[in-house]
Design a protein around this ligand. Structure first.
Ligand SMILES: Cc1cc2nc3c(=O)[nH]c(=O)nc-3n(C[C@H](O)[C@H](O)[C@H](O)COP(=O)(O)OP(=O)(O)OC[C@H]3O[C@@H](n4cnc5c(N)ncnc54)[C@H](O)[C@@H]3O)c2cc1C
Ligand code: FES
Length: 351
């Protein structure tokens, strides 16, 4: 059984099968529905329900408050229609749409970026072309393992035929990232489904860019910053890269060289657990950003922030930026929740 759902920003109604969410159906049918985590944790798919009955599976309070729910807002990634319905997504700026692809790829290159982050470069064997916007992610299936989300790190190839780069950190006790760290070889097949995510570079935006990465969160931020520069975007771009210690820094020389070539780019590594006497900026990266904002508040006027990495960093940076007056719609964040964290959050904040 299925229901017809009218999306206010999309010309034709979509059909949503029983057991399917509005977001799944919309993406499968080509609608550029804004989204992030696809699991009720980030709030990017927040929408207004105008007509019809919707049942929601568990989600976190951070993504949708009780007050918002009472005002008729829903999360499309949790919404199962119980009748025909009509809804509209809230965010409408600069929406992009790329076909959702199921790719078969081969590992073209594999290397160590740090002691626990691998560079994985894939070549598309079947299912392309694969186009995406800088900052988006894809679900990668290694061997017979369940898929995991990883962000593209390269400048998107406009024809969708080139290689795709990922930075994959080995998570203690993790299944896929351990396989990448220890079992993956050049030439292996990898399943790739995507692109997903709405935390992509707004190419029409002319205000300052504040890009904040933690650990392997540098992957989407690298794609965003390099794409902005390659498009000739001239606004100030500040790239903060937060890691624990020296051994966790990577691509430092690369970004320093980019900053030397582009006067509008500043690259600021920040160490949270540095050895005493370090000459680098030290502390939690969101605090370093806050210190710099306090010194030059005008830089937030008309700014957009792009954040990616550990959830604790992304949440702290989001809260700090909101306190300093940046609007939520100007903060584009991808928190790297693991599947277990997503399930726990949704269950904890379930309603
Ligand atoms: C939008 C998005 C983009 C991302 N991009 C990147 C990226 O570019 N680079 C990157 O490195 N990562 C990225 N991630 C994180 C990535 O998707 C994986 O979550 C991560 O690699 C861990 O996967 P895994 O299979 O190795 O670990 P999993 O097997 O999923 O385990 C993760 C952790 O949960 C614990 N765990 C497992 N099961 C349970 C349970 N039942 N109860 C409690 N704890 C449990 C494990 O011990 C481990 O510590 C991204 C995540 C998201 C949501
Ligand atoms: S995509 Fe729906 S809450 Fe994140």
């Amino acid at each position: 059984m299925s229901h017809s759902v009218v999306l206010r920003h999309w010309p034709a109604p979509i059909r949503v099968e029983t057991g399917e969410t509005v977001l799944e159906a919309a993406l499968a049918q080509g609608a550029p529905f804004p989204h992030g985590c696809r699991s009720g944790n980030c709030g990017a798919c927040k929408s207004r329900l105008y007509r019809g009955a919707i049942e929601m599976t568990p989600y976190s309070d951070y993504a949708l408050t009780a007050g918002e729910r009472a005002q008729g807002l829903i999360l499309a990634c949790r919404a199962m229609p119980q009748s025909d319905a009509e809804l509209g997504w809230l965010e409408a700026d600069d929406l992009v749409s790329h076909p959702l692809r199921d790719l078969t790829c081969r590992v073209a290159a594999l290397g160590d970026l740090t002691h626990d982050i691998k560079l994985v470069r894939l070549r598309i064997a079947e299912g392309g072309p694969f186009t995406f916007s800088a900052g988006q992610y894809a679900a990668l299936g290694f061997d017979a393992l369940a898929p995991r989300d990883y962000s593209m790190a390269n400048v998107p190839d406009r024809d969708g035929g080139g290689e795709i780069e990922f930075h994959i950190r080995h998570v203690a006790g993790g299944v896929s990232s351990a396989y990448v760290a220890k079992g993956l070889k050049r030439g292996d097949t990898v399943r790739v489904k995507g692109p997903y995510g709405s935390s992509y570079l707004r190419e029409q935006h002319a205000g300052p860019i504040l890009a904040v990465a933690g650990g392997s969160g540098l992957a989407p931020i690298k794609s965003i910053v390099e794409t902005a520069l390659s498009l000739g975007m001239r606004q100030p771009i500040r790239l903060y890269f937060g890691v624990r210690d020296e051994r966790d820094l990577y691509l430092e020389a690369h970004f320093q060289a980019l900053a030397a070539q582009h006067a509008n780019l500043k690259f600021i590594p920040v160490l949270s657990a540095a050895a005493a006497g370090t000459k680098r900026r030290a502390g939690f990266v969101h605090q370093t950003v806050a210190e710099d904002i306090a010194g030059a508040l005008a830089e937030l006027d008309g700014a957009k922030a792009y954040l990616a990495g550990p959830p604790v960093m992304v949440e702290a940076a989001t809260a700090m930026l909101e306190q300093r007056g940046l609007r939520r719609e100007d903060i584009h964040a991808d928190a790297f929740y693991t599947e277990a964290e997503r399930a726990q959050q949704a269950a904890g904040g379930a309603r």
